[in-house]
Design a protein around this ligand. Sequence first.
Ligand code: AMP
Length: 638
Amino acid sequence: MANIGIDLGTTNSLVAVVMSGKARCLLDEAGTPMLPSVVRYEAAGVAPVVGAVALDQAPRFPGRTFSSTKRFMGRSPADCAEDARIFRYRMDDAEPRFVRFLCEDHAPVTPVEVASEVLKALKARAVECLFGEPGGAVITVPAYFDDAQRQATKDAARLAGIEVLRLLNEPTAAAIAYGLDQRASGKFAVYDLGGGTFDVSILDLNDGIFQVLATAGDTHLGGDDFDRALAALVFPDLASRSDSEARSILAGAESAKRALSAAGDAGATADLQGCAVSRTAFEQAIAPIVARTTDACRQALADAGLSASDVDAVVLVGGSTRVPYVRQHVAQLFGREPYSDLNPDQVVAIGAAMQADILTGSSQLSDDLLLLDVIPLSLGLEVMGGIVEKFIPRCSPIPISASQTFTTHADGQTGIALHILQGDRELARDNRSLGRFTLKGLPRLPAGIARIKVDFLVDADGMLHVSAKEEFTGIETQIDVKPSYGLTEDEIEAMLEASIDNAETDVEDRMLIEARVEAEGILHALDKALAADRAMLTEPHFERISAVAEALRLLHVSASPGDRKRISELSHELDEVSATFAQARIERDLSLALSGRAADTVGAELGLNADGTRAGPPLDPSAAPAPSNHGRTSYARS
Ligand code: AMP
């Protein structure tokens, strides 16, 4: 079973695998590697819609469609109230511990559940492309993700039925994709500019260990800002336009941006709703935004105690690094051309797949030892006076353990409260609380006599386990640190149980959906055929077809699970009554083809590969069957 690499992104997610010694992203049926991280929940009992369809239809279902939810993973409602306002999500006030979005016609959903739907869709793609269950997964997370956010990511994977082999920092994955882990040592900058987020990480590689020396960035800065800046050149009143107008202007600006980025010529222009915009004007408009990213790079360098010339390689990640102006400025800042040979959208997933492959133990890529990662923030314990005793300093390579011995403060003290913290500030209140537990049942001793040994262990996934033991009595307690803001073990168990309990109805729902999709396809094809060639039918034949089509259309709209069989029957009947019509059209097309047009042109119009088969989900474009003029001729519905 091949292990997979998953880039669980804010905007898009990808899954990749190493095949024949090469990492590649798995494609969907349309040949696209990226799955929009967008989920729409349907009424109870119906599977959610995930990906491009949910994204495209989001304006119609704003109250039940969720995107960008990675921003909310493992954070408290108070932490992300501003994001909720920006994305117009209503949070469930009844739940102060973690974020739950209110969802029309559906129980509230958590960001972990949304992420698990995205992960399920990626897993399904892997199952289809690999002809079977994948092994475990390496899932990437931003370097700045804290313990709670990492735990939330693992919870989502677990809900999706994915075994997490490792969580890997995104910049580390990008560095691996470029083979930088094969070097003996080096300092690397990873510049990641996506649609709505920007971060830069400075990595230090030593003896196979990547350390994140510094990160900087802005979680509200990206290509979407380029679109707004470009749109404002032509529509300065963009802010006062209606939602739908603004959306179509911004979509136009995004296309114009891509066209300007692709144009080799600096003097190029692109069309934005009838107005020509020059590349020069675009670059002037985005200059302040790009300057903010280069300022963040300087900040990260300063935090890492480095200057730009100390950096041995710069890696570009994220779709917005395709903008030539961005590349120029990154190159200028670091005084060297950034690595950009790999697709910047795919580089993180590719690196994750390479790491996942190494974890199989029989990798064709590398004989090296496992690549190690580091913890992003220091971990410690609150001690008397509200100060922090650091156990494990940030950037320590993992796995790692550390222990310290404490004692009691008051005579006869029978319990000791342990408060685990993450962060690098001196006072407990300025750090993030990861959890609390109490060691109870201590013998009544004078202050300062008991010896309580506290152990911190960070495992290979960056997860923290803390235990405390009183050494004279052997009394012991321990905690696997769960985030303060996340799902509890019981809640996860309940969800897993629910998914098992509902397995049967889930299958029925799935079959109904499949029958509806098939009916939709048949009706759509028939409508197209009738619009073009109604004249080929006699009136009675047309009426017979219309009657069956109408019955199917009605049932398809109001379908409940009990209607599945009838929908399939009607689809079949419609196929039969329209068979001679379809055949007549095919023969007409064939005779057109034979009278001068190439057969493969006709095939292409019918949505067929040259051998007459339908396009399946290829692993990559080169895996799709090559066109051939000697193929079997068979006709699927167009
Ligand atoms: P990501 O979040 O990495 O998927 O990046 C998405 C961002 O990249 C969006 O703002 C896209 O508009 C932008 N993007 C993708 N392709 C291009 C391109 N060819 N030229 C300019 N921007 C692009």
